[in-house]
Design a protein around this ligand. Structure first.
Ligand code: MRU
Length: 354
């Protein structure tokens, strides 16, 4: 694969005896890589948003399980697999909404489906985790290629949260078309919502796009309608944490607002996500578990209290955009439009054998 000449930051790397992780909580003040040495470190990094973004969470958890299992002392395969299952469940509980987490961990368990020995299982787990990351990089590029075709030169595109390189193996989902546009000297302007309460748009999206020299302008979430109108935004694109069978999509809180605005202004609203973000066990979006996080994310900004003592707080981290507000869903297979229930079913049909 041709490597771009500009910086596309990476967030997680397998280092054999530890996992190297870009601490996203410290961005943009510092781009610091920390070491995750054991499964507790991995659980804590995911829960505290040191790593976040659906595919990146899945990749980090997969590395975490493989790392932990590589040190199990069990020599009997049954006991080994029992412990593996327990740790898989532990990591799967670190965050509830992004389905890529359980998807990646399930893939690791499956890689041990037919193993005969503990050594074989340990090797398979590491290979599978590395493979998940490699596939995600390729998938994100493909998503970027399909998404870029949706835009015209000099378009101004609005996004929220961070569905970028550091939220995936590389390139991102919603941000992938902007990296590809950069490679091809195709002029686009990105407008990034700051994404209250924890500012992924401001701290992460603005930072990573600026690293690559992509034209990005930051706005607060409350400026979206005014900006769409006055800056002539031509489309909105966001990532996803879980997509139900009917196309209803959970993503960062505020995404639903943007979909309603897109509808009101008659501009397209796109979701960009890999197939690993679809959950065929969810018939409709209402079934998707929505994480509620600590009140302090709202009552405090950078450690300073900005709300009265004891105020009641509601802090859902995600919302669900109904399928009918989504113009198209971009996956590695192309752009789906229209009747998502039918299109999603077709997408997951087994490949015909030749
Ligand atoms: O709480 P976060 O930062 O993990 O939320 C992330 C998002 O909502 C992203 O848009 C989504 O995971 C897609 S990342 C390619």
């Amino acid at each position: 694969m041709l490597q771009p000449s500009f910086i596309v930051p990476r967030s997680v790397e397998w280092k054999d005896t530890y996992i190297s992780l870009l601490d996203q909580q410290k961005l943009p003040a510092a781009a610091e890589y920390i070491r995750l040495n054991n499964i507790k470190d991995v659980w804590e990094a995911i829960q505290s948003l040191k790593v976040r973004g659906a595919p990146a969470i899945g990749i980090t958890a997969a590395f975490g399980l493989a790392l932990s299992a590589s040190r199990y002392s069990e020599t009997e395969i049954g006991l080994f697999l029992k412990r593996l299952k327990k740790e898989q469940e532990y990591l799967a509980g670190s965050r509830p909404t992004a389905v890529n987490l359980s998807w990646a961990l399930n893939r690791l368990l499956k890689s041990c489906g037919n193993v005969q020995s503990v050594n074989e299982a340990k090797t398979n787990l590491i290979h599978e985790a590395i493979q998940i990351q490699a596939e995600d990089e390729e998938t994100c590029r493909q998503i970027g290629e399909h998404a870029l075709k949706l835009f015209s030169k000099n378009d101004r595109i609005l996004t929220i949260c961070n569905a970028g390189s550091i939220a995936t193996a590389r390139y991102g989902t919603a941000l992938a078309p902007f990296y590809l546009a950069k490679e091809q000297n195709f002029p686009l302007q990105v407008f990034a919502c700051e994404t209250r309460p924890v500012l992924q748009g401001s701290r992460l999206t603005a930072w990573e796009l600026m690293q690559a020299g992509v034209d990005v302008t930051l706005i607060t979430d409350s400026m979206a309608a005014f900006t769409i109108k006055n800056k002539k935004i031509s489309a909105i694109i966001t990532g996803a944490d879980r997509i139900a069978k009917n196309g209803d999509t959970a993503n960062k809180i505020g995404t639903y607002n943007l979909a309603i605005l897109a509808n009101a202004f008659s501009i397209p609203f796109y979701i960009a996500a890999p197939l690993s973000t679809f959950d065929l066990n969810m018939e409709v979006g209402e079934q998707i578990p929505i994480e509620e996080r600590d009140a302090k994310e709202i009552t405090h900004i950078a450690g300073t209290q900005v709300s009265p003592d004891g105020v009641q707080v509601f802090n859902p981290a995600f919302d669900v955009t109904p399928a009918e507000l989504i113009t198209g869903i971009v996956t590695e297979k192309g752009v789906m439009r229209g009747n998502y229930s039918v299109k999603i079913e077709e997408l997951f049909l087994p490949e015909p054998s030749v």
